[in-house]
Design a protein around this ligand. Sequence first.
Ligand SMILES: NC(=O)c1ccc[n+]([C@@H]2O[C@H](COP(=O)([O-])OP(=O)(O)OC[C@H]3O[C@@H](n4cnc5c(N)ncnc54)[C@H](OP(=O)(O)O)[C@@H]3O)[C@@H](O)[C@H]2O)c1
Length: 151
Amino acid sequence: MPNEVILIAAVTVDGFIARHSREVTTWSKDLHLFKEQTLGHPVVMGSNTYDTLAAELEGRKMIVVHRNDNPISILESIKEDKCFIIGGGKTYARFTSHLTHLFITPHPLVMGRGIPLFDGEVPELNLKFQKMIPVDEKNGIFQYQYKVLKF
Ligand SMILES: NC(=O)c1ccc[n+]([C@@H]2O[C@H](COP(=O)([O-])OP(=O)(O)OC[C@H]3O[C@@H](n4cnc5c(N)ncnc54)[C@H](OP(=O)(O)O)[C@@H]3O)[C@@H](O)[C@H]2O)c1
């Protein structure tokens, strides 16, 4: 089981990660940072995300999650110290109880509808701000890094 299980996501200011399940995310500005941070680490994703993102994931061990998979068993199969949960909404929700960190990049966009960051029921989490990384400073886009505090 990795010591660090990190959710990484680009979100709109109204909390969506995509307009629909098959949308290829072209609006996010943090792909370069995503690639840099995840390089060399296992990345866990749902099958819809695999279909839209796989081409961008060279150099990472990809673990694709299906509906009958158990999140704990998936994490226990990872021998590395750190892994990233890279989406989508259904997968973020399923792994929420096991997260140690969240790396969130809000974007100046309102979708009004779509796939929410957590597409499913999730427990309440208390977060401690750790770091802010500039993504596109001129346009006010920063990645916010939080640690999950245990209750
Ligand atoms: N903005 C961002 O940072 C970001 C990051 C990642 C992804 N995305 C976007 O998010 C979208 C995909 O998100 P998503 O939530 O649709 O998919 P997802 O989490 O990538 O994959 C769907 C997951 O839910 C399971 N599932 C599907 N239908 C189900 C059902 N009825 N009951 C239980 N489980 C079910 C699937 O299992 P099966 O394989 O068994 O069907 C799969 O594990 C894409 O557009 C992608 O581009 C955005």
